[in-house]
Every structure is written in structure tokens, then in C-alpha cells.
Design a protein around this ligand. Structure first.
Ligand code: MF3
Ligand code: CO
Ligand code: CO
Length: 250
């Protein structure tokens, strides 16, 4: 079957490994700062300075006009939250999504963190979102299909009564930020394109406590749940070889 998904070589893989490792380092760096009273803009500045001081650049800054160096998505924000004056409070959950460009190649990863004392629901949602990412990763096989990923995630998440966001998906990645294919996190009942050696892509399931429905706010970026329910997300960048599946942001 024909596809327009880029196939990369050993050299590209080395560069993607470095970009992935660095994106993970940014999350490790910011984690201890995620505490009550810090503003999302302060988290942005810390990440920005860390990225730049290591000779990398943020892929999100000025990406289609996005104004900041990371995305910070709090509580009912599903994704693409813009850092600003909001100060974290006890009980919040916050996803920090970091995409860096190192030597021309992209590393994209996110985690959702608990702030102070969170509800059992918030804790469970985060746990299931994180596990759903690894269920998706486990479904990746060289010469398998992209549809296997969403199928596995859906089977898993359905058991917990949470929902999977359908309006946003994972993506091909490499020397450009977002490329084919769309990596669906739900079961669309289709096999999808074949997963071939030399492909790089992300898996980044967004899991809602309530309805899967999303809406875009007037700022043109922030995506929230429509029912104000909590949303959690984890993301990794993946490389596939002849006989391996490698998580580049682990
Ligand atoms: N990092 C996000 C992703 O996982 C994309 C952010 S684009 C932005 O694909 F412009 F909103 F920053
Ligand atoms: Co991504
Ligand atoms: Co991301």
C-alpha cells in the first residue's frame, strides 16, 4: 500500500535519539518546580532558558503563531494550553508538553503532574492516561499497522469508564514537527497505514474523565473538554526499526 510517511536512516535515528533524550531532560528538569503558586508562565520561562542554554530551540515557540516555548494544560484543558498568569493550586493537574529541535530534529514528549492534594479521580485518570500510552506503545510492531495502536488503547480505557479524545492525535515527526500519519488513539475500525522500519512518530493519548468531546477556545489554541471534566495526557516519541521499537523520550 502506498503511503507518504518518511523513511529515515541510521544517521537520522542517532539525531532523533539525541533530540528525544533532550526533550525528556527538559521534563525531568521542570518536574520539581511544579508546585503550588508557581505560574504557568514561570514554568515556560524556566523551560525556555533550559532549552536555549543547551543549544536547542523550542519547536512550539512561534509554531503557527503559538506564543510560548511549552504547552501547559491545566485540569479541563485537553492540550495546547498557553502558559500565562495562572498560578497552580492544590488539587490541580497539569500537563507539560515539551517539543524541542536539536540539530534540526524534533523530540516531543509530555507528562501530566499532580499539584498538592488531588482527588482520587484525578489520580486514577492520570494513572490510566499513563498506562494507556504504554498499552499503545506495546501495540507497535514493525510491519504492523497504525490502527493497532488505537484499538489497543480503546480496549484498555473502556474498562475504566474514561473517554479518549478523538479530535487530536499523534503524528509523524522527524526533521519536521507534524507529518503523516495521524496516529489515532481510539478504535476507528480501520487498519490504517503499515508501520515500517525507519518511521518516527508520537503516541499521545488524551484521556477525559467525562465526555470525549473537545472545544477550541477563542484564543485559537486552548482545547478543553466540553463538560468541564478533567483531562490527562502522556506522550512519547517512537522510532521503529527492522526488529525493534524504541521509545526515544524515555
Ligand atoms: N507538542 C504538541 C504535540 O504533541 C503540539 C504543540 S503545538 C503548539 O503535538 F503550537 F500548540 F505548541
Ligand atoms: Co506530539
Ligand atoms: Co507534544
Amino acid at each position: 500500500m502506498k503511503h507518504n510517511i518518511k523513511i529515515c536512516d541510521k544517521n537520522d535515528l542517532e539525531k532523533m535519539r539525541k533530540a528525544g533524550r533532550f526533550a525528556k531532560m527538559v521534563l525531568d528538569y521542570i518536574e520539581p518546580y511544579i508546585k503550588i503558586d508557581i505560574t504557568t508562565d514561570e514554568l515556560n520561562t524556566l523551560c525556555h532558558d533550559f532549552i536555549v542554554s543547551h543549544g536547542a530551540v523550542s519547536a512550539t515557540l512561534n509554531y503557527n503563531g503559538f506564543p510560548k516555548s511549552i504547552c501547559t494544560s491545566v485540569n479541563d484543558v485537553i492540550c495546547h494550553g498557553i502558559p500565562g498568569k495562572y498560578a497552580l493550586k492544590s488539587g490541580d493537574i497539569i500537563n507539560v508538553d515539551v517539543t524541542v529541535i536539536l540539530d534540526g530534529w524534533h523530540g516531543d514528549t509530555s507528562r501530566t503532574f499532580l499539584v498538592g492534594n488531588c482527588s482520587k479521580l484525578a489520580q486514577n485518570l492520570i494513572e490510566i492516561a499513563k498506562r494507556s500510552l504504554f498499552i499503545g506503545i506495546d501495540a507497535v510492531k514493525p510491519y504492523g499497522h497504525f490502527g493497532d495502536i488505537g484499538k489497543a488503547i480503546q480496549k484498555f480505557v473502556d474498562k475504566y469508564g474514561f473517554s479518549i479524545v478523538r479530535d487530536y492525535c499523534g503524528h509523524g515527526i522527524g526533521n519536521i514537527f507534524h507529518s503523516a500519519p495521524n496516529v489515532l488513539h481510539y478504535d476507528a475500525g480501520e487498519k490504517g497505514p503499515q508501520i515500517l522500519p525507519g518511521m518516527f512518530f508520537t503516541i499521545e493519548p488524551m484521556i477525559n474523565a467525562g465526555s470525549h468531546k473537545s472545544k477550541l477556545l477563542k484564543d485559537g489554541w486552548t482545547v478543553t473538554t466540553t463538560d468541564k471534566s478533567l483531562s490527562a495526557q502522556f506522550e512519547h516519541t517512537i522510532a521503529v526499526g527492522e526488529d525493534f521499537v524504541e521509545v526515544l523520550t524515555l
